[in-house]
Ligand binder design. Structure first.
Ligand SMILES: Cc1cc2nc3c(=O)[nH]c(=O)nc-3n(C[C@H](O)[C@H](O)[C@H](O)COP(=O)(O)OP(=O)(O)OC[C@H]3O[C@@H](n4cnc5c(N)ncnc54)[C@H](O)[C@@H]3O)c2cc1C
Length: 455
């Protein structure tokens, strides 16, 4: 009988004929070489926190869960080396025990470092330099589709590393990664609420230019600019502040939204949702008046392992050139209102926007051409079909405006979307994937439908 694999939010399931949890590199080599016992496509799986079926296979799925050790922390070169199945949060704890932290303390603690090394990712609050986790990768080892152990790093073969940073498990299974690290630091988070109607391009530019790290949360028609500044040491309430922040955003907001949709009678639901959004807005205003909070920077990373199904949420992500963000945001808000009038559906959580600086470290970097700012609808779904229909409409909206999606975090993509977004780089990427894996050992239907046609 097939093993059933389900992603974090329960929206994606797969039934691979073989499901394996190797404990060493040699086992992974044997899996890739044995096509009979381990049918194609072979897909590596981290903790399946992706929003697209990128890790799914009806052939073989290789869970990296048992390859989860820290191999070395090199304080002199400021590098952490670990097995690819370790979660960011667990590696972060090992670093903090030595007064160290990642360069990008990403919010998602359950992304595995293997996925972080070879997939799209985003974190705006620590994006002082880069906002993509893989950009801080010094080097990696992987087992290629024919079972050979390969290696690339910044010093020896940077071009291969640039391709591997985008490889999404299509060019082999990452087994070991080495990331740049730094001494632990504090973070000051401040909040500036502004009515969207009052915003000007100059004001947004000023906010961006003054920020080290920036996320914008739009609650109905109010945008709250959350900025981060590095500080040496956070205040005495840092740990409590981080705990409250986790509980509110990563539990209560999704939990309340879902329960309003499920429990409140239909005629009172709109009022209850309006009240919920007003409460969230008031909270941001309070944080603004308090002057923000300080926390340990690494406490931004959240462990979602114990989050109850009721408090889980989904999202999508499309980025836009910095200069176009305000216009696209306004058009998005109109699009969302119109969609609600027509179809009775709207997202029940605030809209996220990540500011990500120019970065060309990966062949598929979404900020390769310049700074980007995203539009990310976030939702605690009670009706999957309604969310999927909204995603299709939103994808069309974002595609029409020249947006760029992520392969693991923007559901329901088509070849036209990725081809338009990544242009010539998509052709290059597709050709390199085919060259690395000519027999399609690792190519699942999800990627087969997206890759550019072979020439
Ligand atoms: C609640 C929630 C919050 C999130 N917040 C963020 C966020 O703040 N920032 C962000 O960037 N993302 C965020 N995400 C998205 C998530 O981090 C990414 O989708 C990430 O890729 C998931 O990592 P994973 O280890 O679960 O990989 P999986 O989802 O299991 O796999 C992702 C892809 O990587 C490949 N892969 C995995 N491991 C390996 C390996 N060892 N070798 C080769 N290929 C491999 C898989 O085949 C697949 O193609 C969030 C997701 C959720 C559900």
């Amino acid at each position: 009988m097939s093993h059933i694999v389900t992603n974090y939010d329960g929206g994606i399931t797969a039934a691979p004929r073989a499901f394996v949890q190797p404990t060493c590199v040699e086992e992974i080599q044997a899996i890739l070489r044995d096509r009979k016992q381990y049918p194609s496509p072979v897909r590596a799986m981290g903790s399946y926190h992706s929003l697209t079926p990128c890790a799914s296979s009806n052939g073989t799925m290789v869970s990296m869960a048992r390859l989860n050790r820290v191999v070395n922390i090199d304080r002199e070169r400021m590098l952490l080396t670990a097995e690819a199945g370790i979660h960011v949060i667990d590696a972060s704890k090992a670093l903090r025990a030595q007064g160290l932290q990642f360069r990008l303390n990403i919010e998602i603690g359950n992304m595995t470092l293997g996925s972080a090394a070879c997939c799209h990712s985003k974190d705006a609050l620590d994006g002082v330099e880069y906002g993509q986790f893989g950009s801080y990768l010094w080097g990696m080892k992987w087992v290629d589709p024919s079972g050979e152990l390969r290696e690339a790093n910044e010093d020896e073969n940077p071009d291969l590393l640039r391709f591997m940073r985008a490889s999404h498990g299509l060019s082999g299974i990452v087994v070991e990664v080495t990331f740049h690290i730094e001494p632990e630091e504090g973070a000051e988070l401040t909040y500036l609420p502004r009515p969207v109607s009052d915003l000007t391009a100059d004001e947004v530019n000023g906010i961006i230019d003054r920020s080290e790290g920036l996320i914008c949360w739009t609650v109905r028609r109010t945008s709250v600019f959350q900025t981060k500044k590095r500080i040496d040491r956070p205040g005495m309430f840092a740990t409590v502040s981080a705990e409250i922040r986790h509980k509110l955003w990563n539990y209560l907001v999704a939990y309340t939204a879902r329960n309003i949709e499920e429990e409140v009678p239909e005629d009172m639901r709109k009022g209850a949702m309006d009240a919920d959004f007003s409460l969230i807005k008031s909270l941001y205003e309070l944080l603004h008046r308090m002057g923000g909070i300080t926390i340990h920077d690494a406490d931004k990373t959240i462990d979602y392992r114990d989050t109850e199904p009721d408090a889980r949420y989904v999202f999508t992500f499309w980025s836009f050139p910095r200069a176009e963000w305000l216009r696209v945001l306004r058009e998005y808000l109109d699009f969302a209102d119109l969609y609600f009038q027509k179809h009775g559906f709207r997202c029940n959580m605030p809209l996220g926007s990540y500011y990500i600086r120019r970065d060309d470290k990966s062949l598929l970097s979404y900020s390769a051409d310049g700074d980007t700012f995203s539009i990310d609808p976030i939702h605690a779904p009670t009706d999957r079909d309604a969310w999927n229909r909204y995603l299709d409409a939103f994808n069309e909206f974002a595609f029409q405006r020249g947006g760029t999606p992520l392969l693991n975090q923007s559901p329901r993509l088509t070849r036209a979307h990725v081809q338009a977004a990544y242009g010539e780089r998509w052709n290059d990427f597709s050709a390199r994937v085919r060259a690395a894996d000519p027999e399609g050992r690792m190519l699942n239907p999800f990627f087969a439908e997206l890759l550019a046609e072979a020439e």
